[in-house]
Design a protein around this ligand. Structure first.
Ligand code: ATP
Length: 299
């Protein structure tokens, strides 16, 4: 995430604003729209969102011209499908989600949403169709209600509560001193990582996007929190096209398709069973994770 801040270092005031008020990746993208290198094509139409099919066609990209990060990445996630992206750190997993959001433009190939090149539609309409649940949600210094309703300004209390229930955070909120009116964030009540993530999930459920990007937390969570988060994630990803930057065994096992990204290229692809049978990079990663998992269980 810090790498995303870098271009902003020059802009002291924006930077300060981000440090103080940044709530999530989407807001950051909005704030970054000024210095970002992408612009709407004059007269660009709005995205005609249908089921939320996502296609990457031979996508090439580098943050700097002298260093390619994605070296011809292709995949297709049908409307409502679930793709998990795995791979070593620095392989380019988050870069894929940034390109789908059109935070940057590709240097080769195409990114298509429902058959439309993301460069040919307005950024606003594209971003309205995509929800992001980031690894680390930073909440507004405001009430829980505000933080959830941010997903859809004007939402009613009943809608906010329904979203919070699905996101497994409603009961927790009711136990807070002022319920939905409790102030949270840097200057309010501090929530745990898992609680903040469930607030972000409730917000995304309210936003109701066709496409979802989930950036799973790498940090270990206790079993109970883990289960609550998994239930919440299942609720938000139901019937939506989902791209997960995956660190959890359960997510990859459930995915329709797993992309193993190594050094900016697709090293392997397939379902969990297919990739295990292949006996390659994925099978080795899996064996290693399963070992660690068992070691934790045995303690
Ligand atoms: P991780 O699992 O650690 O999150 P990742 O697979 O998501 O890694 P990316 O964040 O996509 O990796 O980064 C891919 C490469 O691009 C890394 O080498 C990273 O240092 C570089 N990179 C990422 N963001 C920028 C940026 N804004 N400017 C320059 N280089 C960047």
């Amino acid at each position: 995430l810090m790498q995303l801040y870098q271009p902003l270092n020059m802009l002291g005031f924006v930077y300060r604003e981000i440090r103080q008020g940044l709530t999530d990746m989407e807001q950051m993208f909005r704030l970054m729209r000024v210095p970002a290198e992408v612009a709407d094509r004059p007269g660009a139409p709005a995205l005609q969102a249908r089921g939320g099919e996502v296609v990457f066609e031979e996508v090439q990209f580098g943050y700097r011209p002298d260093r390619g990060i994605l070296k011809g990445v292709s995949f297709r996630v049908p409307a409502g499908g679930r793709l998990a992206i795995v791979g070593p750190t620095g392989a380019g997993k988050s870069t894929i989600s940034r390109l789908l959001f059109r935070f940057y433009d590709v240097t080769g190939g195409r990114v298509l949403v429902d058959g439309q090149d993301v460069r040919e539609v307005t950024q606003e309409s594209l971003r309205a169709a995509i929800g992001v649940v980031p690894q680390d949600t930073v909440l507004f210094n405001d009430t829980i209600r505000y933080n959830i309703a941010y997903g859809r300004p004007g939402a009613t209390q009943a809608e906010i509560e329904a979203a919070a229930r699905l996101a497994q955070v409603h009961d927790f909120v009711l136990r807070l001193p002022d319920g939905y009116d409790t102030r949270v964030g840097e200057r309010g009540l501090k929530l745990s990582g898992g609680e903040k993530q469930r607030v972000a999930i409730a917000r995304t459920i309210l936003k109701d996007p066709r496409i979802l990007i989930l950036d799973e937390a790498t940090s270990a969570l206790d079993t109970h929190t883990e289960q609550e988060i998994q239930t919440a994630l299942r609720a938000v990803s139901r019937d939506r096209t989902t791209l997960t930057i995956a660190h959890r065994l359960s997510t990859v096992v459930d995915a329709d398709q797993i992309l193993v990204l190594v050094d900016g290229g697709v090293a392997e692809r397939g379902t969990h069973a297919e990739l295990l049978a292949l006996g390659g990079v994925y099978a080795r990663m899996w064996a290693l994770q399963a070992e660690q998992h068992e070691a934790v269980e045995a303690v």
